[in-house]
Design a protein around this ligand. Structure first.
Ligand code: CO
Length: 148
């Protein structure tokens, strides 16, 4: 059995929730919990319209499909009221981490090409079967975003 170096993971970046109506979700969290969402952004490549709620030590990501063939539209078909979609761990280096995880037998989704999130940070996804049933996003912080 191969063990990976757990120091590759630097912290929790965010928990991501898919919602059927982004504006309604933002209003709900604002009204009930006093949480303020940031700017709404669209990631065309991933087919999502999204925003973050910054909690200081981690964020909540809210996503709705930006087009009917969005990958998360399928998630909403199975979970019409929305729900937790993935959580995201910060890593020092996405390329190295995905290499190490593959060497340890984990399935990194996609053809191995590193994707970018709406902030231009490098990300990758790990198959749920390789993280106890949870879909995991790996995110490499850009240095100017540290602590922010
Ligand atoms: Co995410």
């Amino acid at each position: 059995m191969t063990y990976v170096n757990s120091s590759m993971i630097t912290g929790l970046s965010h928990v991501s929730i898919v919602v059927p109506d982004l504006a309604a979700a933002i209003a709900k969290l604002q009204q009930t919990y006093g949480l303020a969402a940031g700017e709404i952004k669209v990631n065309e490549e991933q087919g999502v319209r999204m925003t973050y709620i910054d909690l200081g030590n981690a964020k909540i990501e809210l996503m709705e499909p930006s087009r009917p063939d969005s990958p998360i539209a399928k998630f909403l078909e199975r979970n019409p009221k929305g729900g937790i979609h993935h959580f995201c761990l910060g890593v020092e280096n996405v390329e190295q981490t995905t290499k190490d995880l593959r060497a340890a037998g984990a399935q990194v989704l996609g053809a191995g090409n590193v994707q970018l999130n709406v902030h231009g940070e490098r990300i990758a996804f790990v198959h749920p079967r390789d993280f106890l049933g949870a879909l995991i996003e790996l995110e490499e912080y850009k240095s100017e975003d540290r602590g922010g």
